[in-house]
Ligand binder design. Structure first.
Ligand SMILES: Nc1nc2c(ncn2[C@@H]2O[C@H](COP(=O)(O)OP(=O)(O)OP(=O)(O)O)[C@@H](O)[C@H]2O)c(=O)[nH]1
Ligand SMILES: [Mg+2]
Ligand SMILES: [Zn+2]
Length: 289
């Protein structure tokens, strides 16, 4: 008698899949996450990192995970599965070679995902099981403009225990409204997803991270004032609809040079890394979980 395949429910979109498939047939998220959560016998907290294409999501996440695995700030991190080390390895090896990592592909099955257990050793034995995907900015834009284009993104944001919203501070400081509008749209999408009536604010902790603040140091002086001034639409929506939101400035690069690639395009070259403000937004989110 042939054995019937057992069914496994995708952690991200909750659709049933046959056992042993690699990617979910519905949302294309890796089933390794689901299998790992079964082994751990507890549901992980999803922390999503969102933001426009080119804001610096991959670089930020790579640095954050690298700092955690190097026990910065007394954190201890244990990756669950070697695939969880891919973002960190890609980012750190590119920066060591003085190039920025490539753009994240739009296909969900090409994204890097992290399943990691993190503890703050100052706080004793409390371990957090975290799932963090590195999404592509263009996929986020497609989902926000046409909901259900990416069921994985919708599933992730629906069950996120915490969100990191990255905004390009250097673009905002130059008066370009794209940074403000994109972040404004993303928060409006999250507000709508939460399905709350007027008068009830979204409770999910959200840290707004002003990336590339090395280009505009005033963001480090006072991230909130920077946001109110340069990202006013975003700030007003935060104020009206979100209860747990905080603002941080971050940058990973100490100095940047310019060079050309093989096709004679001008590209920025990270000359040395000087991470600043990377752990703070994460610490703040963990305290709210
Ligand atoms: N000055 C400066 N530039 C940065 C920093 N972080 C990232 N960048 C620049 O931003 C570019 C994009 O960074 P990524 O991390 O690939 O951006 P992303 O948000 O993952 O973009 P998508 O994958 O397209 O969604 C890099 O190639 C760098 O040129 C930073 O801290 N400072
Ligand atoms: Mg990326
Ligand atoms: Zn799925």
């Amino acid at each position: 008698m042939a054995a019937t395949a057992s069914i496994t429910r995708c952690l991200i979109c909750h659709c049933d899949n046959e056992e042993d498939v690699v990617f979910c047939a519905n949302c294309s998220a890796p089933m390794a996450l689901t299998y790992e959560s079964v082994v751990q016998a507890r549901k992980p907290c999803v922390i999503t990192v969102i933001g426009d294409s080119n804001v610096g999501k991959t670089v930020y996440l790579g640095y954050l995970l690298d700092m955690l695995s190097r026990r910065a700030g007394d954190y201890e991190a244990v990756p669950k599965g070697p695939y969880s080390i891919n973002i960190q390895q890609t980012v750190m090896s590119h920066i060591a070679a003085r190039i920025f990592p490539p753009k994240t592909p739009n296909e969900v099955d090409q994204w890097n995902w992290v399943y990691s257990q993190v503890a703050d050793r100052r706080e004793g034995e409390k371990w957090y099981d975290l799932v963090m995907p590195d999404m592509a900015g263009e996929s986020l834009a497609a989902e926000v403009d046409a909901p259900y284009t990416y069921t994985a993104i919708r599933g992730l944001l629906q069950q996120s225990a915490a969100i990191m919203l990255l905004v390009d501070a250097s673009v905002a400081a130059m008066g370009n409204v794209q940074a403000d509008f994109f972040a404004y749209k993303l928060l409006s999408y999250i507000d709508q997803l939460s399905g709350l009536r007027t008068g009830h604010k979204v409770q999910t902790p959200i840290s707004v991270i002003l990336c590339k603040s090395d280009y505009c140091p005033q963001a480090f002086d006072n991230p909130l004032t920077f946001t109110k001034t340069n990202l006013n639409r975003l700030w007003n929506l935060c104020d009206s609809r979100f209860e747990n939101i905080a603002f941080f400035a971050a940058s990973v690069i100490g100095s940047i040079g310019f060079g050309s690639d093989g096709a004679d395009n001008i590209v920025s070259v990270p000359l040395h890394s000087a991470p600043r403000g990377i752990l703070e937004p994460f610490e703040w989110l963990l305290t709210g979980l």
